[in-house]
Design a protein around this ligand. Structure first.
Ligand code: NAD
Length: 377
């Protein structure tokens, strides 16, 4: 089977879907691995190391796509690439399926089986393939580092002969995978950390990291069977905003990670809350690409408010640590492929009763097969 890893189409994407280590694992399984030259340049993996691992570079993108049985990518492909692929080939990447119906239709029309990394079930068995978690964890870390660099303050408490420097106050909104890593990072840097999440089960996890859990009574919130937050009512959102305004006003750094799977991100920080914040404070909106948690945030831009609050809207903040983001993402791909590899046939076996496959296979055999995305008849 030929596995091809093209260069990322999105210009600002520094991550890659393959490292020399995972290339070696795929070659060992039995894949012929081809890649675009310079694949790992932006994430600091050298061509020579890929070659040592058995990768053959192919600069002819169209020919490589047409020959591949399997294509691995970080981001969704340009639609014209899909029609160039072989019927029956498999494509693995993030796909943003809730917003990309035309792309899914193109995969189905081309007879390409598309797997969406976002839809891999968050189960124990699939943990090694969980690309949302591997990337969110680094995003949480990077958000704190980025904010600390912009803040004209030190984070830890320092007792000096010239006086005591008080620890910076960090408020994390949303304590899922990214939020918990942000809490841990801010604590390691010595900040005083508070956090809030609508899922009450998170309180213990927040406390175990040494942060304070902010209590806001929103009534019934709960979570889905998959562990995701449920969307709040407009009244609950208003209560949440009122409850958080004072904490934002006291905080030096606010990091928002609040997401509701498959829906636009909730607006949890309003302009009025930003107006109440201290000059020089920094807000990082990790939900900026899915609609934004913060009223004035813009993808790819820093916004500075009239009262001097910097709002960072980095659309892929884990890209600032692209070496490690690539390391773990490529490992997620390799774990998925190993799970579905049939050693006897020396080929991938897409077994529809498999729970992981049921969750993440969106198109197959010329149709959209995932019930959440199949056209309603
Ligand atoms: P996510 O990115 O969808 O959301 C991030 C956080 O935002 C969540 O904790 C959510 O509760 C919170 N949130 C939503 N609306 C909010 C609001 N209005 N205000 C404040 N917070 C809000 O979630 P995620 O980080 O990808 O993880 C979701 C859950 O999936 C995890 O908490 C975990 O239970 C589960 N999970 C399981 C596994 C596994 O078992 N292998 C792996 C990863 C995650």
């Amino acid at each position: 089977m030929i596995c091809y890893v093209p260069a990322e189409h999105a210009q600002a994407e520094p991550r890659a879907a393959l490292t020399p280590a995972t290339a070696q694992a795929l070659v060992k399984l039995g894949f012929t691995v081809q890649a675009a030259p310079g694949l790992g340049r932006a994430s600091h993996y050298a061509d020579a190391d890929y070659e040592k691992a058995g990768v053959v570079f192919n600069a002819d993108h169209a020919a490589a796509l047409a020959a591949a049985d399997l294509v691995l990518r970080v981001r969704k492909p340009p639609v014209e690439d899909i029609a160039r692929m072989k019927r029956g080939a498999l494509h693995l990447s993030f796909l943003d399926p809730f917003n990309e119906s035309a792309l899914l239709a193109a995969f189905a029309a081309a007879g390409v089986s598309a797997v969406s990394l976002e839809m891999i079930p968050r189960t124990t068995l699939a943990q090694k393939m969980d690309a949302l978690s591997s990337q969110a964890s680094l995003a949480g870390y990077a958000a704190v580092i980025e904010a600390a660099q912009r803040l004209r303050m030190a984070l830890p408490m320092m007792m000096t002969p010239a006086g005591t420097i008080m620890p910076a106050r960090v408020f994390i909104i949303g304590a899922g995978v990214a939020g918990l890593q942000a809490i841990a990072t801010a604590k390691r840097l010595g900040a005083r950390v508070e956090a809030f999440d609508t899922r009450p089960v998170v309180e213990e996890q927040v406390k175990s990291l040494g942060a304070k859990f902010v209590k806001i009574d929103l009534g019934e919130t709960g979570q889905t069977a998959g562990g995701y937050a449920k969307a709040l009512t407009p009244e609950q959102i208003a209560k949440q905003q009122a409850g958080m305004a004072k904490i934002c006003a006291q905080s030096d750094i606010v990091i928002t990670t609040a997401k509701v799977f498959g829906r636009p991100a909730p607006r949890v920080v309003t302009k009025a809350m930003l107006d109440g914040m201290k000059p020089g404070s920094v807000v990082v909106d990790l939900a900026v690409e899915s609609g934004g948690n913060v009223e004035s945030s813009r993808p790819g831009e820093d916004v500075i408010t009239a009262n001097g609050v910097t709002i960072i809207g980095h659309p892929c903040i884990e890209g600032t640590v692209a070496y490690h983001a690539t390391q773990v993402l490529a490992a997620n791909f390799a774990a998925w492929l190993t799970h579905f590899w049939d050693e006897k046939q020396k080929a991938l076996r897409l077994d529809p009763p498999d729970e992981i496959l049921k969750g993440c296979l969106l198109t197959h055999g010329g149709a959209i097969v995932h019930p959440q995305f199949a056209p309603k008849s």
